[in-house]
Design a protein around this ligand. Structure first.
Ligand code: NAD
Ligand code: GLY
Length: 361
């Protein structure tokens, strides 16, 4: 299968995103050519390391590239400063220096941890992304946001630090649990709503092929998401304005996720959040009922929840809305669709409309 290439254009920090079935076995060829480093630390969570670590190391070794695997326990609980300190000590003990680089092999947690570590280890060493969840392939491996959580909140410590390259092997999605796949698909639907009505329609007509992980459809889907993310990041790398459109569905989604004490998975919460944002846009007068209905139908057809669960305390959700990172000076900003393919960012939303949307009314 031929490779699909998307470029993130950031002048001297520009980088390619390579997308292809079976790419994992051939990353070594590109690394050999690029020569980012004399040695690579492959950082991975223990589970992904068990699935793909050895084959990546083997292919690097076959190409004469020195690499060592360093793992940490899987899960969001590992995305913290202690993991960074442990991994940094491990790198130092193994003699990694400024001529070396890191490879993030895994989902968004591994990508965020490795990117942050690369940005601060010896004041910055190169890294590349090898994302293995759909969420990481369409979102977190692209755009250079890195970081970890602290008890006070998610992603509160971090840097903007771009990878040198992103390698997406669509085959690794075969081992991804279905819930994780669905979670990633929430972010995929997001791209259609914020920027591309044709892509939204493509998702509508290819649902079965998407769930079957049809190679052509999945490659096209991932490439389009990466193109849209690149387009956004090229204009607003540090989230001064436009990049905030990527938060569509995340304002209410994050509050729902937090109010459920993270029992509701991120992607599921984004599904709820996108439908809520659609309803809010109708109440605010910027979106037609028909378009809001189409968003809800799409979210539902991809097996994602569409309503705020009745058992969640609405006041707790509202409390989380106010302490969200995207809230500035007590003003909650919402990304609202005007039509499918175009969104606005606004704080001009009536509190009673938020209440009504949270009641699913
Ligand atoms: P994750 O990295 O924890 O991966 C989810 C689970 O899937 C893990 O248990 C992992 O071991 C497993 N897994 C990964 N690849 C697999 C595969 N191919 N087969 C089987 N199992 C596999 O979580 P995630 O959902 O990928 O990412 C979530 C994180 O991403 C959050 O911390 C979030 O804050 C971050 N994020 C960052 C950005 C960004 O721009 N930097 C954007 C969105 C999300
Ligand atoms: N996932 C949101 C961003 O990268 O800005």
């Amino acid at each position: 299968m031929t490779e699909t290439l998307v470029t993130v254009g950031l002048d001297e920090r520009s980088y390619p995103i390579h997308i292809r079935s079976g790419l994992l076995a051939d990353i070594s060829m590109d690394l050999q050519e690029k020569q980012f480093a004399s040695r690579y630390g492959v950082i991975s969570d223990e589970y992904v390391a068990g699935l793909y670590g050895e084959s990546l190391l083997q292919s690097l070794s076959n190409a004469g590239i020195q690499a060592e695997l360093i793992t940490f326990p899987r899960g969001e609980e590992s995305k913290n400063l202690q993991t960074i300190a442990t991994l940094a000590s491990e790198l130092a003990r193994r003699g990694f220096d400024r001529s070396d680089a890191l490879i993030a092999l895994g989902g968004g947690v591994t990508g965020d941890v490795t990117g942050f570590l690369a940005s601060i280890y010896m004041r910055g060493i190169p890294f590349v992304q090898v994302p293995t969840t759909l969420l990481a392939q369409v979102d977190s491996s692209v755009g250079g946001k890195t970081g970890v959580d602290i008890p006070e909140g998610k992603n509160l410590i971090g840097t903007f630090y771009q990878p040198r390259s992103v390698y997406i092997d669509t085959d690794v999605l075969q081992t991804l649990p279905r819930d994780e796949l669905r979670g990633g698909l929430a972010e995929v639907i997001k791209y259609g709503v914020i920027h591309d009505a044709d892509f939204f329609a493509f998702l509508g007509s290819n649902r079965d092929a998407v769930f079957d992980l049809d190679r052509n459809v999945i490659t096209r889907l991932i490439a389009r998401c990466c193109e849209i993310k690149a387009w956004v990041v090229e204009q607003d790398e540090r989230e001064g304005g436009l990049r905030r459109i990527l938060n569509f569905g995340h304002t209410i989604g994050h509050a729902v996720e937090a109010a459920s004490s993270f029992r509701i998975m991120h992607g599921m919460a984004v599904g709820i959040g996108m439908c809520a944002a659609g309803d809010l846009a109708v109440k605010t007068g910027c979106l037609s009922r028909q378009d809001a209905h189409e968003i809800r139908t799409m979210v539902e057809s991809y097996g994602l929840p569409v309503s705020v669960p009745a058992e969640l305390d609405r006041d707790v959700i509202k409390k989380y809305l106010l302490i969200d990172k995207k809230t500035i000076g007590g003003r909650v900003f919402y990304v609202l669709p005007e039509t499918i393919g175009k969104v606005i960012i606004t704080d001009q939303v009536r509190s009673e409309d938020v209440d009504s949307v949270l009641r699913n009314a």
